[in-house]
Each structure stands twice: as C-alpha cells, then as structure tokens.
Write a protein that binds this ligand. Structure first.
Ligand SMILES: C[S@@+](CC[C@H](N)C(=O)[O-])C[C@H]1O[C@@H](n2cnc3c(N)ncnc32)[C@H](O)[C@@H]1O
Length: 494
C-alpha cells in the first residue's frame, strides 16, 4: 500500500511535537517505510488517513511500537570514559560533601535506553564509594521506549554492551556469564529504578516532587531533538535540579548555545553543566584535575562570536582605505590561497612586526608553517593565539588538523570537540571529529559525527575554514562523509 506524503508529514509533526524528536530526510523516509509496514501488520484494515488516530492515545500498543522503532537505543557500559572519570573524581565527591551524612543523593539517567548508563553509575558507586552508605543513592533510569526499559529491567547484555576492553574488571565482578550473555548481579540491579517516560511530558521519575535531583545524565538524547524541545527539557531539568546540581549531556550536544541557565565547565576534554557554581569547591579542585569553569565573559563571548566576526568583517569592508595591518593580511591571505606560500609568509611577517599579537596573522603564519610540515612551530603559534584569545576556534581547529597529520587522533578529538563547543555549526569540525574516531576504529562515534556533519553542511551556505590542506566546499565534504560512512558499514558487515 502506498502511504501518501501528506499522511507521513502529519504523523511526523505529531511525533515531533510529542517527543521532541526531529526528522531529517533519512528519518522521514524511514518513517514512511515504518508506517507502510505497520499498515501491512494490521493487514491493511486501517486506511493510511486513519493511522494517526491510532497514535493519539499514548498508552496504545501502536504508539509504543512506533516509538520503539523510531528511537535509537545505541549505548554501552561506561560510554565516554571522561564523564565517568569526572563523576568519580569530582562530581560525586562534590555532591557527597554538600550533603548531610545520610541525606539521599538522587541521580537520574534520562534517556537510559537499555540501561547500560545507570548500571555503569551503580557499578562506579559500588566500586569507588563503598565506604558510603550506598542505600542513600537513588538512581533512576527512564526512557520513552518501553521495549528498552523492559530490557533494562531484565538486565541481560551481550558483548556489544562491553565495547571498551578496559571494563573487563567490572564485567568479571558484577555480571554472571551465561554463554554469550551477561546477567547483571542483583546487588547492582537493585540500585536502579527504571520507568518508561517521555522527557517532553514532564513526567519526572520522582513521586515526591519536593525532592530535588543532584545529578542528571541526559547523554546522546538531544542529538535527536530540535532546539525548542531542548530548551523546554533543559528548563525542566533546571527546575528539578538541586541548587548546585549537575547536568551532563553528550559530547556533541553543546546546550550552552541553546540555554544560558547553566554554568558550563570543562572537564578533561568534555563539558558538564552546573546549575549554580560553588566557586570555592571548584577552585580547590582545579589544582588536582584538568577541569576549568568557563568564565561568564567567555561563555558570552562564544555566543557573540559569530555576530562579532560579522561586525568586524563588515566594518573592514566599509572602511575606506584599509589600514596597513589589514591590507597586509588581505594580501598575505590572497597569496596563501593561490599557494604562493613564501610570499604569504613574507607579508604576514611584515604584519606581525607591526602588531605581534594580531591573531589572524599568527593563525595564517601557523597555516603556512603547517603546510611546510613544520608542525611543532605551527602548534606553538596556535597555542600563542589561545593565550591571546582562549576562544579562537581556528586555533583549536588547526591544532586538531596537526594532530591528525601526526596521527595523534586522541588529541585531535579533544581539539575538534572544543571547536564544536565554540561553534556547533562547524560542519567541517564534525567531519574531522568523525574522521579521527574512524581512525581509532570507534565506528559508532564516527558514524554519529559524519551524520552530524552532513546535517550541518546541508543547512550551511558556506564552509567553515580554509586550512593549509586546502579549501573544501560543503558538497565535497558531504561526499567524503558518505564515502566514509559506506566504508564503515562495510567493516561492520564484514
Ligand atoms: C542513543 S540513546 C542514549 C543512551 C544513553 N544515554 C547513552 O548515552 O549511552 C538515546 C535514548 O533516548 C531516548 N529518547 C529519545 N527521545 C526521548 C524522549 N522524548 N523521552 C525520553 N527518552 C527519549 C531513546 O529512546 C533512546 O533510548
């Protein structure tokens, strides 16, 4: 049976409004196929135009079946080690310190899929905070998919859930192996309460709403949401969090571009958000670990960055008779674009003699040097720029590219994440991040970021950066993404 486009559109809008899930072209096509299959399942007794009526009641099997198939439940134990490291070394100790001895500590894994995330938390608590009364920790796991929640409650996992071999000790200690499967032991299982719930509905995991939550993990959920829905959900998170409570989102979900209610902090190579920052405690922590709170000016600046850049550009264009510094830069850039690197270097050095702190000049020089494979020198210049302006995304980007050239993909990932934090619309940044993950054979992260790159590149009219590697336009980059996605899929199939 053919499903007319207007019916698909109608169901799509309905699901989007209810769940926050956004639909790109691929997802819309999958929805069309799905509706077709569901109608066939009902032996075509339901007409396409009546299908949406079957979804109105949230408790119907049809609504659940559709959501189970539309949501992506990809997850694994201890996903993103930096988050868990930060939880162990900083966040949980902070929460414990703030509380009275026996006071409850409430943790919510929102969008917990098949349960690996809240169970990882439970194992961490048992392993590293055993001298606390563990009964005071209440961990909730919720997901919109009832199928995923049922799997979480059963607590039986395949090897796929233990992707990272460094987790072997947890596997041995907290699971009972049965053939190809691993059953979580009851002491860990009993630490987590699961529930089916839609983040957009405001159904929160506590019957007693006067109790505030200390920590919310909502990782790799917002990537499927539109901006308005993210704002709506983060507003609710804000209201339900304790005054000093923490929110952790996925690495590519820079919510600070959407809401300014939270204080972002850099934790290793990733970001966490706090409702209000307890400055004293954070300062003492700074000495021990690589975490730094972003000062409000920097956050503000990062938001204003694009506008500022536009303004600078406009004023540069409007000014009659460019100042000598600007003129040298424009000329050097032109030489660079024509690959006249010696000439470009001469001009840029002239410019830096006049103003040694000209960020644009230093970055251009760094690009020229990188082109000559003088990576260490180029790297030093990028770091010099970051001393002058800690939010110069081009410096982070070039540092990432240099790491790729040096085949240090782990550091490259760190830099590209920083680029994307400063500018989530950088399609080229997602591309390079995906590429770095691919080199490390972290295929799931790689695929997600290639998809992000395609989405952003399709919606952007211009590409982000020219680097010493050349200028790529969006269409070329999208082609590269699709090519690499196919390569990865071949490996998966193989
Ligand atoms: C990719 S998984 C992430 C699992 C886990 N948080 C992690 O990072 O490994 C995303 C989960 O979000 C859930 N989800 C999507 N929209 C939701 C909504 N509106 N309310 C609750 N859960 C939702 C999906 O069902 C899916 O299980």
């Amino acid at each position: 049976m053919l499903v007319p486009d207007n019916i698909v559109e109608d169901v799509k809008n309905f699901i989007s409004m209810r769940t926050g899930i956004k639909f790109n072209d691929d997802k819309t096509n999958s929805l069309k196929e799905l509706i077709k299959k569901r109608l066939e399942y009902h032996k075509n007794k339901v007409l396409p135009e009546n299908y949406r009526l079957m979804l109105i009641d949230k408790s119907t099997d049809e609504y659940r079946q559709l959501l189970n198939r539309l949501t992506n439940h990809e997850t694994y134990f201890f996903r993103n080690k930096t988050h868990f490291q930060g939880l162990k070394d900083f966040i949980i100790p902070q929460i414990i310190k703030r509380k009275k001895a026996e006071e409850e500590i409430i943790i919510w894994s929102a969008g917990s899929a098949t349960g690996e995330e809240p169970y990882s938390l439970a194992m961490y608590l048992k392993e590293y905070f055993y001298d606390n009364n563990l009964a005071r920790f209440k961990i909730f796991g919720t997901d919109i998919s009832n199928e995923a929640v049922e799997k979480s409650m059963i607590g039986i996992f395949s090897r796929r859930s233990f992707r990272d071999p460094s987790n072997q000790i947890f596997m041995d200690k907290y699971f009972i192996q049965d053939g190809e499967f691993f059953k979580i032991k009851n002491d860990i299982k009993n630490m987590v309460i699961f529930q089916t719930s839609n983040l957009m509905d405001g159904e929160y995991p506590l019957a007693d709403t006067s109790k505030k939550i200390d920590l919310i993990l909502c990782r790799n959920v917002f990537i499927y949401f539109d901006h308005d829905s993210i704002r709506r959900v983060t507003d609710k998170f804000y209201n339900i969090l304790h005054d000093d409570g923490f929110l952790i989102v996925g690495h590519s979900e820079a919510i600070n571009q959407i809401t300014d209610k939270f204080q972002p902090m850099i934790l290793g190579d990733t970001f966490v958000f706090q409702k209000t920052i307890t400055k004293k405690s954070t300062d003492s922590f700074l000495k021990q670990l690589e975490v730094r709170p972003l000062s409000p000016e920097i956050v503000l600046k990062s938001k204003e960055l694009d506008r500022e850049k536009e303004k600078i550009k406009e004023s540069r264009e409007l000014r009659v008779g460019l100042q000598i510094e600007d003129r040298l830069f424009e000329e050097a850039l032109e030489d660079f674009n024509y690959e006249h690197f010696n000439k470009a270097l001469e001009k840029v050095e002239g410019l830096l003699k006049i103003n040694p702190k000209n960020e644009y000049g230093i970055i251009l020089k760094a690009n020229i040097l990188a082109n000559e494979r003088k990576y260490d020198w180029s790297e030093r210049l990028c770091k010099e720029v970051l001393e002058i302006n800690p939010i110069n995304e081009e410096a982070y980007f070039l540092l990432g590219i240099i790491c790729i050239e040096k085949e240090d993909f782990t550091s490259a990932i760190k830099y590209f994440k920083q680029v994307l934090f400063l500018n989530p619309n950088c399609g080229y940044g997602y591309f390079e991040l995906a590429f770095s993950f691919q080199q490390l054979r972290l295929y799931s992260e790689s695929l997600t970021n290639y998809q992000n790159a395609i989405t952003v590149l399709k919606s952007n009219s211009k590409s982000c950066f020219k680097t010493f590697r050349g200028i790529f336009d969006n269409i070329q980059l999208i082609d590269f993404c699709n090519f690499n996605i196919n390569q990865i899929k071949k490996v998966y199939r193989g």
